[in-house]
Design a protein around this ligand. Structure first.
Ligand code: A5P
Length: 222
């Protein structure tokens, strides 16, 4: 990874870390951009409870002194995570690190879902691979019905799912997402719709572009 890309991840992560306030319950994503977020957050010495989307994030966050707790919440104040691709319409592709099932759950639970990315993640049109998590039971049948899917040579997810990638044409992401959701055996897919995202911070050199996509969801009791 070039120094320029690392710098963009760093500035995007820093901007997102500044949105976090003491007392919040924070969802932490997974990946190399989140790896910049965790120290930026730890450095602020806020009183937080954090939910991690992968054992890697849990381990790193714990080492930095962040309080990582089990995901027993029906509401998170904010979730911050990276993305593999961001389309002009705000669709995301996630799961390059195989954590997309947990990431989606933590994203939809949050009042604000904030995406942090370097500028290489902005793409004119979404393209394969689209990450999938599949049930092991009946795997050959699921492969057959999905077509154009290849198993990824990585360990299963922490929840026992098989990680694979859809390699066919994406076309309309809403249609493809609906197809995955209608396919028995698909635990989760890596297409995240625009309505899920509150804000995107994109690193541009040493500055940050902020793209606001939707208002924060109402909190509990609102
Ligand atoms: C993890 O499964 C992914 O969804 C990551 O959030 C995504 O791949 C972005 O990762 P990087 O920050 O490493 O590019």
């Amino acid at each position: 990874m070039s120094d320029a890309v690392e710098m963009e991840k760093q500035v995007a992560a820093q901007a997102a870390a500044e949105l976090v306030e003491s007392g919040m319950v924070v969802g932490l994503g997974t990946g190399t951009t989140v790896a910049h977020l965790l120290p930026a957050l730890a450095k602020r010495r806020l009183v937080l409870r954090c939910v991690a989307t992968s054992p890697r994030t849990e381990e790193l966050a714990g080492r930095l002194g962040l309080d990582v707790v089990p995901f027993t919440f029906d509401h998170l104040d904010i979730t911050i995570d990276g993305a593999d691709q961001i389309s002009p319409q705000g669709w995301l592709v996630k799961g390059g690190g195989a954590a997309h099932t947990r990431e989606k759950l933590v994203a939809v639970t949050a009042e604000r879902f904030v995406v942090i990315a370097d500028s290489t993640k902005l793409v004119p049109v979404l393209r394969p691979p689209i990450p999938l998590e599949l049930l092991d039971f009946g795997l050959e049948s699921t492969f057959e019905r999905l077509g154009a899917v290849r198993r990824r040579a990585v360990p299963r997810s922490p929840d026992g799912g098989v990680i694979a990638d859809f390699m066919g044409e994406v076309g309309d992401p809403a249609r493809l997402a609906a197809r995955f959701e209608a396919t028995p055996g698909v635990v989760e897919h890596g297409l995240f719709p625009p309505g899920m995202v509150t804000t995107i911070f994109v690193g541009r050199g040493d500055t940050v572009e902020r793209i606001d996509r939707r208002a924060p969801r109402a909190g509990p009791g609102a």
